[in-house]
Ligand binder design. Structure first.
Ligand SMILES: [Zn+2]
Length: 332
């Protein structure tokens, strides 16, 4: 999908509630010039094939630089793949390197920090900005001349985001609000947010700020009666039946993030809580079961592969499985 002459979106369809409608990869660069990709998707085939397809559509079979917005696996899963098969130099947030253990190629990795700029052929300038909050290493990428902002999971296409640290998240949103030219927000999941006649893309940033403020007010309201409550109880009271049940843990995480920030500012205090000490025998048993299950899954994969190879082999060989002696033909 074309966003501008130099920017394309690869929206890979999703069916998980945490990744509404799509997980997006973006391709930036002129036809025939150096390419930058932002995010690389999860380490499964559909992301790889779609990325290749979109590259082919602009006559590219390689990527210059493969950058990511943050370390989460649905954004960074294919970094090794694009390095090995599409010759990409990989670029990750400076403070994300240790969070990406196992997902980075041995060579060809560089890091981005706040204020860095990426220069591409044709005078395309992409600015790198840190935007912590959703994750500690979140980055946004910004093409000021075109008014295009790549937000990763800091801003999503059709829902609000999961927040790890509310204070830094709010500071990041306020910083994005100060950008001089924002016409299109390119989120990590879900549809683009563009300026329309009714609303500006920038309004979405303000809506996010207002939304977080509203959540904080709701949480404080739940605590007005002086009764201590767990984050889960607060979450249930606030969200009720309004959210997909599979999003309740995420919503609880957001409530916890708010409570932590309220605790930091001295508005809320917390009891220590008592952690469960798992019984070593139970832990050992569930580990053993996990190992056994993994073996079965691997065996299944092996059988599946063998089956497919058998079918392929059949296609190139005579049907000896069907005929002792096949009919033969000659002229009458
Ligand atoms: Zn994320």
């Amino acid at each position: 999908m074309k966003i501008s002459d130099n920017v394309r979106m690869v929206p890979v369809p999703e069916d998980q509630p945490m990744r509404p409608t799509s997980t997006n990869i973006y391709i930036i660069g002129q036809r025939g010039g150096q390419t930058l990709t932002i995010d690389s998707g999860e380490a499964i085939d559909k992301f790889r094939w779609m990325l290749r397809g979109y590259l082919a559509a602009i006559d590219h079979s390689e990527i210059g630089v493969a950058a990511i917005t943050h370390h989460h696996f649905d954004h960074s899963g294919n970094l090794k793949h694009v390095n090995e098969h599409l010759k990409a130099e990989v670029a990750v947030p400076e403070n994300g390197v240790k969070l990406l253990r196992g997902r980075l190629p041995k060579d060809g990795v560089k890091t981005y920090a706040d204020g860095d700029t990426i220069e591409l052929d044709g005078g395309i300038r992409v600015q790198v900005m840190t935007s912590p909050g959703h994750s500690v290493d979140s980055l946004c990428y910004y093409i000021e001349e075109e008014g295009i902002l790549f937000t990763g999971d800091t801003i999503l296409g059709n829902t609000t985001s999961v927040v790890g640290d509310v204070n830094s998240y709010m500071a990041s949103l306020r910083r994005l609000l100060e950008l001089p030219n924002v016409q299109v927000l390119c989120p990590g999941h879900g549809p683009l947010i563009r300026d329309t006649e009714e609303a500006k893309a920038r309004d979405r940033l303000e809506m996010y700020v207002a939304h977080r403020q509203m959540r904080e007010d709701q949480i404080l309201e739940q605590l007005q009666d002086g009764e201590p409550k767990t984050s889960w109880q607060i979450m249930e009271a606030i969200y009720g039946d309004t959210i997909d049940k599979r999003l309740r843990r995420a919503a609880d995480g957001n409530v916890q993030a708010h409570l932590k920030s309220l605790q930091k500012s001295g508005v809320v205090k917390a009891s220590r809580g008592v952690k469960k000490r798992p019984n070593p025998a139970t832990v050992a048993r569930s580990k053993a079961k996990e190992t056994a299950n993994r073996k079965i899954i691997q065996q299944g994969k092996k059988l599946d592969k063998a089956q497919r190879n058998r079918i392929l082999a059949q296609q190139e060989n005579p049907p000896t499985d069907q005929w002792k002696t096949p009919p033969s033909y000659q002229l009458r």
